[in-house]
Design a protein around this ligand. Structure first.
Ligand code: ATP
Ligand code: MG
Length: 456
């Protein structure tokens, strides 16, 4: 894409950066005579229905957050070649990643910037959204008309949500900024995950380095001798591996950082507000905790494992060697283009981190429920580039009926089936079931998995 090109009615000026899932362009809206940033989903992801829906649902979520501390989304659209994009507010002063690239910041500035990012995260939490991918490149800076700097959160866990489109990746977020609960299955994510990441951002701005793994964080005063012990305590409290020991919410962390920034620059300390409500308990928890892996080994050459989701509504039986990793905390049917929400789902596979790549070797199953929308129509719209489409067949079992669409000979050798099911009995629940099954070797296991599937 060169400078003469347009994305919709926006005239491209230059590339601002490229991330894991797309490229961000600086563009001009000639009609409104304003600069905007346009994020375009990368070509290799654009054919994935689930990923593109997730991309757009993130844009909608950013829009819904509607906070001056969160980057605004103005428009969404699609290029003629099918790549979706969204148009957002242009942050003209770079990102925290650009700032820290030149080395650690003066302590009061680092504290104030981190506090502002924490205020942005808190605004999201109050809107029921957990960001899940707070890191310096997702904290943007823009110059207000009076010359002061605004701090804006971007991406809203975009990278993570994209990677887990279909609800599938365990270890999401970016290393160093990721709390331990984000790397373990079934633990559930709440606002305190963002408190951890914010702590990591503050740590990096002050020390110049990304913190080590949770639990192994080097005390910042070793990296920045002379640092106030209270600043170190505040950062390490955010970076506690046990989230119960962290600041209870991002607002409390912001208060503490602002106080310390005031103290550090010699200004009078502001009294912290008394927080009557621990907001962390009040925010919507996106992931619901729970363990769903019940081992029920059956005799025979290929032992089957029974796996349930956190809500206990979905049960599947899979070969034991698929059942290495489980994600049981539900899904957003919006990733498939169904009405957005949070519904029961589980994914179980030998390696969930590779699920989103159709060419990777993985054995597993994803099951998600959706009470609304037309799962069948959405499954009909799915395609898997790089695989051979083998066609569609109807499927009828004791409990469900529906269609199974199959792909084989995917780059990498695997096969994929996509199924849309409804309860076989007319009187049963309204739940429709979406099932994706991946195999990298061996025979198609779809019929066996579907026959043993139960939804209560
Ligand atoms: P990741 O894919 O892990 O999120 P990233 O945040 O660097 O990495 P993108 O979100 O795709 O990737 O953004 C790429 C770069 O574009 C950012 O690092 C940032 O420099 C720039 N950028 C993104 N959004 C804006 C914006 N609204 N205004 C100005 N620059 C932006
Ligand atoms: Mg980003």
């Amino acid at each position: 894409m060169h400078s003469a090109q347009r994305i919709g009615r926006y005239r491209i000026e230059r590339c601002l950066g490229t991330g894991a899932f797309g490229t961000v362009w600086l563009a001009r809206d000639d009609d409104l005579d304003a600069q905007v940033a346009v994020k375009v989903l990368a070509e290799n992801w654009a054919h994935r229905l689930d990923v593109r829906e997730r991309f757009l649902s993130e844009a909608r979520m950013l829009r819904r957050a509607g906070s001056p501390r969160v980057v605004q989304v103005y428009d969404i659209g699609e290029l003629p070649d099918g790549r979706p994009y969204f148009v957002m507010e242009y942050a003209d002063a770079g990102t925290l990643a650009d700032l820290v690239a030149d080395g650690p910041l003066p302590v009061p500035e680092a504290l104030r910037l981190t506090a502002l990012a924490a205020r942005g995260a808190h605004a999201l939490h109050e809107a029921g959204i957990v960001h899940r991918d707070v890191k310096p490149s997702n904290v943007l800076l823009s110059t207000a008309p009076d010359g002061t700097r605004r701090v804006l959160l971007a991406d809203l866990g975009l990278a993570k949500s994209l990677a887990e489109a279909s609800g599938l990746t365990l270890a999401a977020g970016s290393a160093g900024y990721r709390p331990p609960e984000q790397a373990s299955p079934g633990s559930g994510i709440d606002a305190r995950a963002d408190v951890y990441s914010l702590g990591a951002v503050g740590y990096e701005l002050i020390t110049g380095v990304v913190p080590a793994e949770p639990g192994d964080v080097v005390p910042p005063r070793r990296l920045r001798p002379g640092l106030d012990a209270a600043v170190e305590r505040a950062l390490l409290r955010a970076l506690e591996a046990d989230r119960a020991k962290r600041w209870p919410d991002a607002g409390a962390f912001a208060d503490a950082l602002e106080q310390l920034a005031g103290a550090d620059s010699g200004r009078p300390r502001r009294r912290g507000r008394v927080r009557l409500l621990a907001a962390a308990a009040a925010v919507t928890v996106l992931g619901v905790g729970g363990t769903g892996l019940a081992l029920a080994l059956r005799p025979g050459p290929a032992p089957q494992v029974r796996v349930a989701d956190a809500s206990g509504r979905i049960t599947v039986h899979v070969p034991a060697d698929w059942a290495r990793q489980l994600r049981d905390s539900g899904w957003d049917p919006g990733v498939l283009g169904l009405p957005a929400g949070h519904e029961p789902a589980l994914a179980v596979a030998d390696d969930l981190s590779r699920w989103q790549d159709p060419s990777s070797d993985v054995d597993g199953v994803f099951v998600g429920l959706s009470a609304r929308g037309d799962v069948r129509a959405r499954v009909d719209a799915v395609s898997h580039t790089g695989c051979h489409y083998d066609g569609e067949r109807s499927w009828t079992g004791e409990r469900f009926r529906g269609v199974v669409r199959s792909w084989s000979r995917c780059t990498g050798g695997g096969r994929i089936t996509e199924s849309a099911l409804v309860p076989a009995a007319a009187s049963a629940s309204r739940d429709q079931v979406y099932v994706q099954i991946r195999r990298h070797g061996g025979a198609d296991a779809t019929d066996r998995v579907l026959a043993a599937l139960r939804v209560s």
